[in-house]
Design a protein around this ligand. Structure first.
Ligand SMILES: [Zn+2]
Length: 265
């Protein structure tokens, strides 16, 4: 809640801004990079205090090796930032990267991601969310939605309508109209950028198709946790396959210029 209070103060003081994502999309931003970094570091430290991280040195150095290769090709300031990688004691295939330079990989991820290229798919995607400031965008959009709903309730109240009903209708409309499409856009943006980082770092971009197929198959009737927080579009596999072909020259250039990671368990 304190976060929202902070953002409200920023909004009324006129510090909100529109910025452009790495793929050229305009984004509403009411939180700064340093505020997002602070939130990322706090969330990561909370996980540490709660004992979520496990001591698996081999997995940790493997994930660190893949992360380092990817981080080297990120734009500044992310490429020079100090990143920490931890293994989370969770059997679900999942991973995350946080503003502030923190990465968590569930131990269940290693059962799905069979090699460094497949692990790079997931980590490239997560790092792309950070570089594209998707967390800040989500916070900003949520706040805009809440303010729209609050404004709608006040307006309905002044007209003598049923404020709750109007708010619910507006809330639903706002959710469908703003939040869901945005998160699909963010997902495909993270796919595109993550695959680009992979190729530039010398990881085979074709592994993205394989990895997401395997992620979709695991868990049987119950979708894996990763996919519930990462909604994907129906054309995802085709898009990834097409982008992989377009990225092959970049991948080959990276390999021949010495960007040829050798990370393994
Ligand atoms: Zn995602």
């Amino acid at each position: 809640m304190r976060v929202y209070l902070l953002i409200s103060l920023l909004l009324v003081s006129g510090l909100s801004a529109c910025v452009t994502s790495p793929t050229g999309r305009s984004q509403l931003m009411v939180v700064s990079d340093s505020q997002m970094s602070q939130m990322g570091l706090t969330a990561f430290n909370d996980m540490r205090k709660q004992g979520k991280f496990v001591d698996l040195p081999r997995e940790r150095s493997y994930a660190t090796c893949v992360s380092r290769a990817l981080i080297a090709v990120l734009p500044p300031p992310w490429n020079t930032q100090q990143w920490e990688v931890q293994i989370v004691g969770d059997d679900n295939a999942n991973a995350f990267a946080l503003p502030g330079g923190r990465i968590g990989v569930n131990k269940g991820m290693f059962k799905i991601a069979a090699d460094q290229d497949q692990l790079a798919v997931v980590l490239g995607h997560e790092l792309a969310h950070v570089v594209s400031r998707h967390g800040a965008e989500r916070v900003s959009d949520n706040l805009a939605t809440q303010m729209a709903v609050a404004a709608g309730s006040a307006y309905a109240g002044s007209r003598g309508d049923t404020a709750g009903y109007t708010a619910a209708a507006l809330g639903l409309g706002a959710q469908v109209g703003i939040l869901l499409p945005f998160s699909r856009i963010q997902e495909s943006e993270a796919d595109t950028l993550g695959q680009r980082y992979m190729a530039q770092a010398g990881f085979d971009p074709r592994a993205a198709v394989t990895l997401w197929q395997k992620m979709g198959q695991q868990g049987g009737s119950k979708p894996p946790a990763f996919l519930s927080t990462h909604p994907s579009s129906s054309g995802r596999a085709q898009t990834l396959a097409r982008q992989a072909q377009e990225l092959l020259p970049a991948y080959q250039r990276a390999r021949s210029s010495g960007r040829a990671p050798t990370c393994h368990l």
